[in-house]
Design a protein around this ligand. Sequence first.
Ligand code: IPD
Ligand code: CA
Ligand code: CA
Length: 268
Amino acid sequence: MPTTSEYLQGARAAAQAGARVLRQRWGQHLQVHDKQRFDFVTDADLASEKAVLETINRLFPGQAVLSEETPADLAQAQAMQGPLWVVDPLDGTTNYIHGFPHVAVSVALLEGGVPLAGVVLDVTKDEEFAASRGGGAWLGERRLTVADMPAPEKALLLTGFPFRHKQWLDPYMELFRDVFLESAGARRAGSAALDLAYVAAGRGQGFWELGLKPWDMAAGILLAEEAGGVVSDFHGTDQALWRGDIVAACPGLHGWLQGLCARRFPEF
Ligand code: IPD
Ligand code: CA
Ligand code: CA
């Protein structure tokens, strides 16, 4: 069995392979297809996925993969106990289409359903956020710790809008209002993987979103936890990765943010 450090090296190589493809195509004409209304996939997502999966298969032949653009049974993936690679070949597709330079490749290795190694690679800024369970979270050579705060007044919060689930818009806007009124600011930058990496790096104190998929979060959750953050779903349990609703924050603010999320989405 490969070691955790070998898995981390593999995740780095795979994310770099995807990022190379995305950089080559940056600013070029893209073929954009609708997956559903307001939700797109481009030929760049597919080319990045190919490069990422080829790297994983070369380094770890035969290991299972759950990757956004390759159809798979999520329940089956969730039940897997052995190694499972969870890949988002392009997080921030809408940003990429518009040339908004905030996009990432996210690669994580799960064992027993828990992230063991993960990388979120910012394609245009070439920032590599990497973490392994028990080995800390890193931005290049710099070890990351969340920027803890006891109260929200000075905090910057990150979020994502529920653009695929417009039925959640009203309670989401109430929740946004709650956070906005009590904190220094809120940002919607368009990449959940980078939002989580930014919480790990102390560039924001918390992140919340709902309707996400495991590939958006697997590497980012590990980064946030290894940097000393607290991660849960809206109701405070450890099921965020598979449920899709997530609150990741510094220890001093997690309870506050999670309480607001639970209040506006009691049915979750
Ligand atoms: C999306 C981004 C976005 C988040 C969406 C995700 P994609 O991923 O992470 O920030 O709000 O929920 O689906 O589709 O660009 O890979
Ligand atoms: Ca994504
Ligand atoms: Ca994607």
